[in-house]
Design a protein around this ligand. Structure first.
Ligand code: CAO
Length: 415
């Protein structure tokens, strides 16, 4: 079966996490991704959070599958010439360096367009145009400036960042969509264009429902927030603990074994349609006839008491028993799964969402495969490249250099 993006060549000037997640997705869909790295150094993440001495870190290997690595310094004269040739030969260039870094290498957008008018040039930056446009940004800064941290956390606690990498990987996903959209548009226009995604914008997009709530706040208290009716609302969207955020009340409850297992919890949603089944299961059939409990409006001021009762029952069951008993009754529920449980989950291995990969220096390791499944273009996860592993191949086959020219470029430190 052919790969959806076969024939698309990507000049990958990305590092750390946000950019690499984008180009890794494109590589999984079949694009030829040429990762350009500084000679002798490479992407800084190769050496970050290492678990095995002198071996590419999991941080790097898990973000750079299915790519080829070429070492190249576009700040040297020969490097500039090679880089210009790569721009000619590629369809898309992706970068997430600090603002202005590619310009300082001598390749502003105008020059890239001049070299290759069909080039799509995609960038991740921390902020869009405005007061912070020159700032360097990492994941948690984006979570804090994009509205996630102010709306996450205990209701009386401090702002909280989430473990999901919504600033880095989230923006990488946004950028990948921008790139394939621009590729589609190029089919008609014949021209490339710039694709920009700011991490602040990407996080705010994922916090869209919170901007919705900011406006609802002006029209009275939001009844699905735990602050209603006994707490106070201020003038900005508050943190809501583990409340579901939608129209349905939900909460995390303890399950059997919670005293010793930090992940023995389940999320239970008490939506109106499933309330009778939930009430019966937890031994509160009495609620169904009781006007104090049998309507969503009656329950609303005492949601916490309702979940206390749900928890009395869930504490007698494991989180998987809770799932297996409530789910067939259409009560939406999810066990809190640890990374260990996810790594060992057979169904995720079966679908290729969790994959074991072999690496020549580190041996076998687990990674997350492509979560997006195409029926006719399945993804196969291939290990990340060693630093400069494909330098000779790319200089010869893509750039068109002779062996002598390659040797000379190496001798002067351009590659
Ligand atoms: N050869 C020679 N030099 C190279 C090179 C190569 N192949 N590749 C990169 N460089 C140089 C760049 O030209 C730049 O040099 P100058 O500052 O002299 O122009 C330098 O290496 C890298 O710059 P940087 O400022 O991007 O790196 P940093 O570690 O200081 O900052 C980061 C990292 C992520 C904060 C910054 O790149 C950034 O803000 N990026 C945009 C937002 C982003 O993607 N953040 C997510 C990061 S993932 O958590």
């Amino acid at each position: 079966m052919s790969k959806a993006l076969e024939g698309v060549r990507i000049l990958d000037m990305t590092h750390v996490q946000s950019g690499p997640t984008c180009t890794q997705l494109l590589a999984w869909f079949g694009a030829d991704v040429i990762k350009v790295e500084r000679p002798g150094v490479g992407d800084a993440t190769r050496g970050q959070l290492r678990d095995i001495p002198d071996v590419d870190s999991l941080y790097f290997t898990m973000l750079n599958h299915n790519k080829r690595s070429v070492t190249l310094n576009p700040k040297t004269e020969t490097g500039k010439a090679i880089f210009a040739r790569l721009i000619e030969e590629c369809d898309v260039m992706v970068e997430n360096f600090a603002p202005g870094a590619i310009d300082r290498m001598g390749f502003p957008w105008e020059k890239i367009q001049e070299i290759n008018p069909r080039m799509i040039y995609a960038s991740v930056k921390g902020f869009g145009p405005g007061p912070y446009e020159d700032c360097k940004v990492y994941e948690n800064v984006a979570q804090c400036t994009g509205g996630s941290a102010s709306t996450t956390g205990e209701i009386d606690g401090f702002p909280m960042v989430t473990g999901a990498q919504i600033g880095d990987s989230g923006t990488g996903l946004h950028l990948a969509l921008g790139i394939v959209t621009a590729l589609y548009h190029r089919e008609k226009s014949g021209k490339g264009q710039r694709v920009s995604c700011a991490m602040q914008d990407g996080v705010l997009n994922l916090c869209r429902v919170k901007l919705r709530d900011q406006q609802r706040l002006a029209h009275g208290p939001m009844k699905e927030y735990p602050q209603y009716p006994n707490g106070k609302f201020g003038d900005a969207v508050p943190r809501a603990g583990n409340a579901s955020g939608g129209g349905q009340p939900g909460w995390i409850v303890k399950c059997k074994g919670w005293e010793s297992d930090p992940d023995s919890y389940a999320y239970v949603i008490a939506q109106a349609a499933a309330f009778p089944a939930l009430a019966k299961t937890i031994g509160h059939e009495d609620w169904l006839e009781d006007p104090e409990w049998n309507t969503p409006e009656a329950r609303l001021p005492k949601i916490d008491k309702m979940f206390d009762e749900v928890e009395k029952w869930t504490m007698t069951k494991t989180k998987f028993e809770v799932m297996n008993i409530l789910n067939p009754q259409n009560v939406p529920v999810g066990p809190i799964l640890s990374m260990k449980e996810l790594a060992e989950e057979p169904a995720l291995r079966e679908t290729g969402t969790v994959v074991e990969v072999d690496h020549p220096e580190r041996g076998k390791y687990l990674t997350v495969g492509n979560p997006i499944k195409l029926s006719d273009s399945p993804s196969h996860v291939e290990r990340s490249p060693l630093l400069g592993e494909h330098t000779d191949d790319i200089l010869r086959d893509v750039v068109g250099m002779s062996d002598e020219e390659i040797a000379a470029a190496k001798a002067e430190g351009a590659v």
